[in-house]
Write a protein that binds this ligand. Structure first.
Ligand code: PMT
Length: 400
């Protein structure tokens, strides 16, 4: 079988060196990659590097091998075009349909999915000109990955950093797996909670659970690949940030509630994949609780935490917002799931049975997605991203 053809566009920013790692990941996972740098980007990484790493000749302009009509062929033949880093200038030229070098010609002739991974200083990213160009590209169906927050070229930090190359590769891999399917969550803002809350008992102990956050992160990664704007609110996962998602941190159920309620106010979809503690210790001991010789430990009094999913589901101030809950069950799985769907009032409830190689902490999962209208969709045992994609299929179908 022919290898999938990927065009890796590289524009002129300091993060161009990180594109070498994106290229490596793509070639090592069986993709045929043609690198198309801009002239400016060669100040940062030379053509010899791209040629050696990709195994293909490299050109910035349309005047080499003219008999092969590269300005049209390169884009037409591609299964995916990814531009990493995409500078403010490149985004502007792409949004305005300019075609003054091989990369911009390729962007005009490509009919496959196109991904931009912007990298620039915060001021340039936030400038209305750049934001309008990004909105234009997204409206036309391109996936523009939100830049990461962190160290920029100099000592400064802020939003505008190129996401981790491994995460950019993950976005490309997922988009390629979707074939020519359109980014059906484009223009949608989705909020996802992931991980497990921890309720402090004293400065060294907490009540927690076994959630790793993997299911929530799979939802975030797949939503980015489907074109959504993603806010991921994570609790105690320690996982690397998925490319393109805005990541907020919460420790306790109360902190998670505050973050979810605030983000949900502007969201089209809220997915509660986090395992949230139903109870917390009634009293927080400011000093470490000590053993007392010969005496039984004091019982720990608990109080209820707010039910975030029920609260968001009951709030219909944003008409059309879709709310998805999860339920991890050990007994009477479906019956409990159906009862929980009714009690929580969400639109969809993903019921997963707690088991050895699935649900908490594992790479795989298996579930039944229950809908408020009575529909039930079984999802067979498989990677957590397959379950995530089924959830997005059902959400996208509801948007029509
Ligand atoms: O993180 P992983 O290791 O990948 O594991 C994934 C998972 C098992 C955590 C995930 O698939 C899952 O099932 N998440 C929900 C876990 C759970 O126990 O839910 P629950 O049955 O306690 O709660 C039902 C729903 O209400 C959930 O959407 C939960 O986020 C929400 N909830 C619960 C309590 C509370 N106080 N507020 C809530 O919003």
């Amino acid at each position: 079988m022919d290898k999938p053809k990927v065009v890796l566009g590289v524009s002129g920013g300091i993060a161009a060196y990180k594109a070498c790692e994106v290229l490596r990941r793509l070639t090592e996972s069986g993709h045929d990659v043609q690198v198309v740098p801009t002239e400016a980007s060669l100040h940062f990484v030379g053509a010899a590097t791209w040629s050696a790493l990709s195994g293909h000749p490299v050109s910035t302009q349309v005047w080499n091998d003219v008999h092969q009509v590269p300005h049209v062929r390169t884009g037409q033949a591609a299964d995916l075009v990814v531009v990493a880093p995409a500078t403010a200038d490149l985004l502007a030229r792409a949004a305005h349909g300019l075609a003054d070098d091989l990369l911009t010609n390729t962007l005009l002739t490509a009919r496959c999915p196109v991904v931009f991974a912007p990298a620039m200083h915060t001021e340039m990213w936030e400038h209305p000109a750049t934001q309008e160009n990004v909105a234009t590209l997204r409206r036309r169906g391109a996936v523009v990955i939100e830049p990461a927050v962190g160290r920029l070229t100099g000592a400064d930090t802020g939003k505008g950093r190129l996401p981790d190359p491994g995460e950019i590769f993950e976005v490309c891999r997922r988009i390629l797996a979707r074939g020519t399917a359109a980014p059906d969550l484009a223009g949608r803002h989705v909020v996802i909670s992931a991980g497990g809350t921890r309720e402090p008992l004293d400065p060294v102990r907490y009540l927690g659970n076994r959630s790793s956050g993997k299911q929530g992160y799979a939802l975030a990664r797949t939503a980015v690949a489907r074109g959504a704007r993603v806010t991921l609110i994570e609790a105690n996962t320690g996982l690397p940030d998925p490319a393109g998602a805005e990541v907020l941190r919460a420790g306790t159920a109360a902190q998670l509630r505050e973050a979810v309620v605030e983000a949900a106010a502007g969201a089209d979809v809220v997915v509660m994949a986090a395992a949230v503690a139903d109870f917390r210790p009634a009293v927080y001991a400011t000093g470490k609780i000590k053993k007392k010789d010969g005496r039984e430990p004091e019982p720990v009094a608990l109080v209820r935490n707010p039910d975030i999913l029920a609260e968001i589901s009951a709030d219909r101030s944003r008409p059309g917002r879709i709310v998805v809950g999860f339920a991890a069950e050990t007994d009477d799985v479906l019956a409990n799931g159906r009862e929980k769907l009714r009690r929580k009032g969400c639109d969809l409830l993903v019921v997963n049975e707690v088991g050895e190689r699935k649900t908490f902490g594992s790479e795989e999962n298996e579930a039944v997605v229950l809908a408020a209208d009575g529909a039930e969709v079984p999802v067979p045992f498989g990677p957590k991203e397959a379950l995530a994609d089924t959830v997005w299929d059902l959400v996208a179908a509801r948007f029509g």
